[in-house]
Design a protein around this ligand. Sequence first.
Ligand SMILES: NC(=O)CC[C@H](N)C(=O)O
Length: 234
Amino acid sequence: MRIGVVTFPGSLDDGDAARAVRLAGADAVRLWHGDPDLHNVDAVVLPGGFSYGDYLRCGAIARFAPAMESIIDAARGGLPVLGICNGFQILCEAHLLPGALTRNQHLHFRNRDQWLRVESADTAWTNTFQPGQEILIPVKNGEGCYVADQRTLDALEAEGRVVARYIRGNPNGSQRDIAAVTNEAGNVVGIMPHPEHAVEALTGPSLDGLGFFTSVLRALAGATAGASHAGGHQ
Ligand SMILES: NC(=O)CC[C@H](N)C(=O)O
């Protein structure tokens, strides 16, 4: 499987995201923000960092990158896309996910290991977790406070689209302790903490992050099996 990792000017975690992809057993394909060609990737990771210097708003300029124009179309067609931190901000700016990431409520940049509860295993990026599973991965952001209007929040809860919640402390004031959400189809996931920094014993607080990358491989294997099965009936 070929998993694309996009580099924007100011991306910080693209190398770690590509490494996480490889540790999960896939090929990491480096994509450039200025190139609309997605090079036949099976899924895309939008990594953390400070795309375009976070000017205007985090993700507001990256959302218009040529690569993003292709990714937005492909995501609407079912391509699995994971946005991590700055990537989550880009997905909200692109309206692939509802809500917005605003300045941390306490106005400080927060960098620490953070416990989360996986609320939904029903997405392309979380299907190897158990619902209710508690995981430990790093969080590091200045603008990670997830906000949406009450109707949107209620709909996300009712539709099982809150993917992960902060537990044992909310690092940024996110409404309803939301750390990750998904779109209606479950192929697009945005997460504020960093699973790609928790994939190796040497550097991470746990190996819990790896599950996001193995999940997409399982989703893609299932999709391929489904497609060849359907093909067999034609
Ligand atoms: N780690 C990140 O991706 C940081 C995202 C964004 N620049 C922020 O500070 O909120």
